[in-house]
Design a protein around this ligand. Structure first.
Ligand code: SOE
Length: 379
């Protein structure tokens, strides 16, 4: 594993848990975790259960006893590490965003296609697809249960930057994060809409904005926001992104990605509306899927609250009896399961790097749409 932050913790938990919960076709060895700060990565190895700690990812990528590279660093380093690992014949799991630019994403997608020919698999970590309720929603839509998709609404809202003194962490620096809310959480919303509908966003119009333009330079990494000193630096990414998207099936989609929705801690909502029904999901009630069946008798119509914890539901066969809820971390084990299953069966896991490059194109189009000559009509 290359990296040891928030996603390093989440992925480590999944590498430990998935082999015990699901019968994986390959044995998992948590061999080495890599980070630049030797003391910090040594502590992370002990805390998260890795056999070794290292500070040079190139050495690890070159090792013959390593089969898989799991990349959980900020987006600016994804392309260099993933391409080197794929060229070394390693299977690669890369956290989102695939890359910080369309060009980098395209290079990674090309390297993945080449590596697939030599049997190396590449998977992108849009993990929310593997929340059982969202996998179930995709299946319902694919079965035609809501009919033709006519309208879509997706919002990913957080509030950890409402405090103007929250420091300038790496997520607020364009050279490391690539974008702000638009890339970090807007990418999840775009990927989910494309995953659930089976369609792609083909055109967009929108606005991205930075609300707090200067923040204290981070002096200490604490949680997701950290702690700052008394020097200030410029925020070089967006805080809020609001945009519309036209889907290849013709429907219009409304998107919102913000870190300034006061009170919304990690609220990812998606609603897909069709001529026969609708589905609605909220990550804050992540075991539930709201399903509306317009073909039911008028007297019986209403959103049904499906508790997606039955053994017959996606991934549930490995967990608890019905009604014993899953949490944020479980989808990471589902991700490991599907990744290892794909490696063993020689299939390309999804999301592919090509799918990641498509999301990057949508995000770049939103930024272009919001550029200086964007059309605002004065009322
Ligand atoms: C912060 O916005 C963050 O950690 C994102 O980077 C993750 O992708 C998301 O799953 C949770 O929030």
């Amino acid at each position: 594993m290359i990296g040891y932050g928030f996603m390093g913790a989440a992925h480590s938990q999944a590498w430990r848990t998935a082999p015990r919960v699901f019968g994986l076709p390959r044995a998992i060895e948590m061999s080495v975790i890599v980070g630049r700060n030797e003391d910090a990565v040594t502590a992370a190895a002990a805390k998260w259960g890795w056999n070794e700690a290292a500070t040079d990812w190139r050495e690890v990528v070159a090792r013959d006893d390593i089969d898989v590279i799991d990349i959980v660093t900020p987006g600016h380093s994804h392309d260099e590490i993933a391409i080197a690992a794929l060229e070394a014949g390693k299977h690669v799991l890369c956290e989102k965003p695939l890359a910080n630019t369309v060009d980098d994403a395209d290079q990674m997608a090309a390297a993945a296609r080449t590596a697939a020919g030599a049997g190396a698999r590449a998977m992108l970590g849009f993990t929310y697809r593997r929340v059982p309720a969202l996998t179930r929603a995709r299946d319902l839509i694919a079965e035609g249960r809501i009919g033709t998709v006519q309208q879509v609404r997706a919002a990913y809202r957080q509030d950890w930057l409402v405090d103007p003194e929250a420091p300038l962490s790496w997520r607020l620096k364009k050279d490391q994060a690539g974008a702000g809310a638009l890339g970090d959480i807007g990418g999840h919303a775009v990927d989910l809409v494309q995953f659930l509908t089976g369609q792609q966003v083909s055109t967009v119009s929108g606005v991205v904005e930075t609300i707090v333009k200067e923040r204290p330079i981070e002096t200490e990494r604490v949680g997701i926001a950290g702690r700052g000193g008394d020097e200030y630096g410029e925020v070089t990414v967006d805080d809020v992104a609001i945009f519309t998207g036209r889907l290849t099936g013709g429907a219009l989609a409304a998107f919102e990605a913000t870190r300034f929705a006061t009170g919304r801690k990690n609220e990812l909502t998606v609603e897909i509306s069709g001529d026969k029904g609708a589905i609605a999901f909220n990550l804050e009630s992540m075991n539930e899927l709201q399903v509306y069946d317009r073909t039911a008798p008028d007297t019986d119509q209403g959103f049904t609250r499906v508790i997606v914890t039955e053994p017959a539901h996606p991934y549930l066969e490995g967990w608890w009896p019905a009604g014993h809820m899953l949490g944020y971390e479980h989808a990471f084990s589902h991700q490991v399961k599907d990744f290892v299953d794909a490696i063993a069966s020689g299939a390309d896991p999804s999301p592919t790097f090509d799918e990641g490059a498509q999301v990057q194109r949508v995000l770049a189009a939103v930024e272009e749409s919001s550029s200086a000559d964007a059309r605002w009509i004065t009322v």
